[in-house]
Ligand binder design. Structure first.
Ligand code: SF4
Length: 327
């Protein structure tokens, strides 16, 4: 393995408000190696999208405060770079795919114009060469009749087709890292699978690493080499996907898995995790999952750090893993 393409270390990030401050990330440490597909999974409000946005330097300046930690994206110190420097990294070395391509594609411009803009911004190509590259990219994304698609407007295409074009845009400059934030949530299940298979195929062919942000444990299980589980802005479990899914260690991960529809017997109600995610402006002390946890014990009043579960690579932030006797 070479140097990690993304390294986040001990990151604390908050959004100051008028009366309260939401502690969105609390000691997040995460890395992505070259060519790896890594999943970050959690409920809404877990901090997974904030992690994605801060990794790319896309959080609006002045809206947040980093009180500790660092973010290194392909050797660049994201928190210390200017917007102009980050703009050069984005698109050329790292790219992002969002849930709804309509928000990323300009509805008033044809697909071809938008693809050509991105290709020519980062590569010294003439118009004809850039158009030939755009056709090649769309063909590579298994889009039939790419010449015709280049002349269409985004609204003339299906959601699945738009997302394929976003993937083509993201790959257009051969990035080393692609961050995909809920890339298929707006699509139906069959198209979702096709788009993710395409994403993985292209990433593997080009050696591109992917950080897949999702609420969907099933997607992580199918597509990711390693995974992180987030809760209240912290990593609560991490490890190789097969190990985490075969023996989930944190009660939150166990709850997420138990609530998957495919795990319920026919006619049986789905399991759900009881209680609510705590307010990030008023996080409880100690383990932030304690009010929802069936295994809560006195020690849970102290915050657990990540500790090895069944292997050194599989970690869980839960006192149930602690080897030493309970105080
Ligand atoms: Fe449950 Fe305690 Fe583990 Fe938190 S540390 S998940 S409350 S057992």
């Amino acid at each position: 393995m070479g140097q990690a393409v993304l390294t986040i270390e001990n990151l604390d990030l908050e959004f100051p408000g008028f009366r309260t401050t939401a502690k969105a990330l609390n000691g997040v440490t995460l890395f992505v190696q070259p060519g790896e597909i890594v999943g970050v999974v959690g409920e809404s409000g877990s901090g997974k999208s904030v992690t994605a946005m801060v990794s790319m330097g896309l959080l609006p300046k002045g809206s947040y405060r980093v009180t500790r930690g660092s973010v290194q994206l392909l050797g660049h110190d994201v928190l210390g770079q200017s917007e102009r420097q980050l703009g050069e990294v984005r698109g050329r070395e790292a790219a992002m795919i969002f849930q709804e391509p309509m928000t990323a594609l300009n509805p008033t411009r044809r697909i071809g114009q938008q693809l050509l803009d991105v290709i020519r911004r980062h590569q010294p190509l003439g118009k004809q060469q850039a158009r030939a590259k755009a056709v090649e990219l769309l063909r590579d994304m298994h889009i039939a009749d790419p010449e015709q698609v280049l002349d269409r407007y985004p609204f003339e295409l299906s959601g699945g087709m738009r997302q394929r074009i976003m993937i083509a845009l993201a790959f257009s400059c051969d990035p080393q890292l692609l961050i995909a934030d809920e890339p298929t949530t707006a699509l139906d299940v069959t198209v979702q699978r096709q788009v993710l298979l395409l994403l993985r195929e292209k990433a593997r062919q080009r050696g591109t690493a992917i950080l897949l942000i999702t609420h969907d444990m099933a997607l992580v299980s199918q597509f990711c080499d390693r995974m992180y589980v987030m809760y209240t802005g912290a990593i609560v479990e991490e490890g190789p996907t097969g190990q985490v899914l075969a023996s989930p260690s944190h009660p939150y991960t166990q709850g997420l898995l138990a609530s998957l529809p495919e795990r319920a017997a026919p006619g049986q109600d789905l399991d759900t995790i009881r209680g609510q995610v705590p307010n990030l402006a008023h996080l409880p002390t100690g383990c932030t999952f304690k009010d929802r946890c069936a295994y809560r014990m006195p020690r849970c009043e102290q915050r657990p750090g990540l500790m090895p579960a069944d292997s050194p690579a599989h970690l869980s932030a839960c006192w149930l893993q602690a080897q030493e006797p309970q105080p």
